[in-house]
Design a protein around this ligand. Structure first.
Ligand code: T6T
Length: 331
């Protein structure tokens, strides 16, 4: 009797250790991996990322769940959608664009503690360094653009467009978001390299295009010396160029933008936008599924818990090049 009980106990122990609950997401090689995607907001950037995610999931035989897209930016809408999706269970790895550097730490830690691995895409928690000891080091990786570098290069392009002198303004989305904060830091640093240029400030439209139009219009009225505007994501950029068009300042005020939507590409062709930085959202999504899959199969992780795909610049000179068309976001 004692021996039988001992055998039963040993079998139970082996089963428990091998179970996904014990292994924080599970590592069974034969098991189908389930990945969930939680975007930041409904916009062409994340729809394009989803295309990359879907294609890679199909190729690897990964089961994919896509959350409802939030219609406005921020934790107030993102967290309830996230929690409803996670409550259904069965998810091995969550790919998420956290809509704030701090407010998403606690909800994501709870999800991680329940046995789900997390990869943050596009935006990160804290300062994005998941290798050092902190309360936000639990994600497997961050996969996204180097926003500081991009912001700096946008500033350098703008400086050339305005003859390296004059005042420039930046339209922003929300404070406390890693991506756009990085773009602001990089842009300011880039402008500071030119002694005859002045960064006059930034406004936050909370990712609402009409608000961006209003704020850029107000900035142009307040300071008629502004020679350049940086719209740092889809809705700020689309609002920024529209405000310049409405003010009748096309050409006189240079407009540099971020995110290659069809709308911005058309505006570039029409001479209403002077530069577009195209991120690589499909590549970010594809890499995220790849690393999620690799981790689930053999626990491998990207070096430094980070993968940084590059970006491309559209100008009027290359916008029709066949090899550039792949970087236009597709809904
Ligand atoms: O620019 C992207 C993304 O990188 C950013 O974090 C939020 O805005 C976008 O989704 C564009 O609207």
């Amino acid at each position: 009797m004692k021996r039988t009980l001992g055998i039963v106990f040993s079998i139970l122990l082996v089963l428990l250790v091998a179970s996904p609950i014990f292994a924080n997401g599970g590592t069974e090689k034969s098991k189908t991996v389930t990945v969930a995607f939680m975007p930041g907001v409904a916009d062409p950037f994340y729809y394009t990322m989803e295309r990359g995610i879907t294609a890679k999931a199909k190729q690897l035989g990964v089961n994919l769940i896509v959350a409802e897209y939030p219609t406005s930016w921020g934790p107030a809408q993102q967290v309830p959608i996230l929690e409803a999706m996670m409550a259904k269970g069965g998810i091995d790895v969550l790919l998420i664009a956290p809509t704030a550097v701090d407010a998403l730490i606690a909800p994501l830690k709870k999800i991680y503690d329940s046995g789900v691995q997390i990869i943050t895409v596009d935006t990160f928690l804290g300062d994005g360094d998941y290798t050092k000891s902190s309360n936000y080091s639990f994600p497997l990786a961050f996969i996204g653009t180097d926003n500081v570098l991009g912001g700096k290069q946008v500033a350098e392009h703008l400086a050339k467009l305005v003859g390296e002198k004059g005042k420039v303004f930046m339209e922003n989305t929300n404070p406390g978001v890693s991506s756009v904060q990085g773009r602001l830091d990089g842009f300011k640093a880039g402008i500071a390299e030119f002694p005859n240029m002045t960064f006059v400030g930034t406004d936050y439209c909370m990712d609402v295009q009409q608000k961006a139009i209003d704020q850029v219009s107000a900035a142009l009225q307040k300071d008629p010396d502004i020679v350049g505007i940086f719209g740092c994501n889809v809705f700020t950029a689309q609002g920024a160029y529209q405000a310049v068009v409405n003010a009748g300042l096309t050409g006189a005020v240079k407009v540099v933008t971020w995110d290659a939507t069809e709308t911005l590409i058309q505006a570039l062709k029409a001479g209403q936008v002077d530069l577009i930085l195209a991120q690589k959202p499909a590549e970010i999504g594809s890499l995220a599924v790849d690393w999620a899959y690799k981790y689930m199969k053999d626990k491998s992780m990207p070096p430094g818990k980070k993968v940084i795909p590059g970006f491309e610049f559209f100008t009027k000179d290359n916008v029709d090049n066949p090899d550039m068309q792949q970087w236009i976001y597709k809904k």
